[in-house]
Design a protein around this ligand. Sequence first.
Ligand code: AMP
Length: 281
Amino acid sequence: MQIIKTIEELRPIIKGWKKEGLQVGLVPTMGYLHEGHKSLIVKAASENDKVVVSDFVNPTQFGVNEDLTSYPRDIDRDAALCEAAGAAVIFHPEPQEMYFSDNCTFVDMDALTKGLCGKTRPTHFRGVCTVVSKLFHIVTPDRAYFGQKDAQQLAVVRRMVRDLNFDITIVGCPIVREADGLAMSSRNTYLDAKEREAALILHKSLALGEEMMKAGECDAVKIKDAIIKNIGTEPLARIDYVEIVDSETLKEVVSIEKPVLTAVAAYIGTTRLIDNFSYEP
Ligand code: AMP
């Protein structure tokens, strides 16, 4: 496996693969990889001849007071995980490789990005759409793999690919959790022991909501209130949002009639975590 830092080095490798008729899978990440990322890479390796993992903490998707500088990084550990999972290349550029100092072109989206995480992170999805578009142009993959963990991101990327006619199949992959249910995240490393315990309230409260839906409850407000109340029992948790939305449009629903996404974002101490589940009535 190769670690490639520049676009100039990466392009001929990809062109060589394409000449041989090989299929290419892309797994975009911000590094500090865990089993959740690994599941995407393993799936990509099973469906493609070559897998490129991008490992890049993308500055344009962070807001001014967010954790861009403190975001955890460990390329050596990431390289070992990628190799074990079957990647051919890690693309690990510096920010100046990805963005010209006078960069003035962005990819933005009108719908899907205003609610959920977009409410408190108004520039986040512009950064995501921009960097994912750039990676698509650089790597020209046949397939790209995204986790359901970032459900809004997955919906946004699918829509962008449709709207901008990228000839790429987007593959959504299930959430990988710790044994106790906490959704794996690079940001879990910020949690101290007490916060790690407290963070379980997100999964537990979502599971409660899912049980209500499975038992036939259709009133989204009732389910949402039960989730909010349950998270409220954990003193270290502060809710950013709890929403039940249409899986495709991401618009709030009042009644569970079509496939829905129930998504939560909450601060555990100072760490903002997200989790969700999908439900089809
Ligand atoms: P990140 O490095 O956090 O930007 O994540 C890179 C990709 O890995 C995204 O598509 C995420 O949705 C996915 N991912 C992160 N955590 C998990 C998880 N626990 N289970 C499945 N996919 C995940």
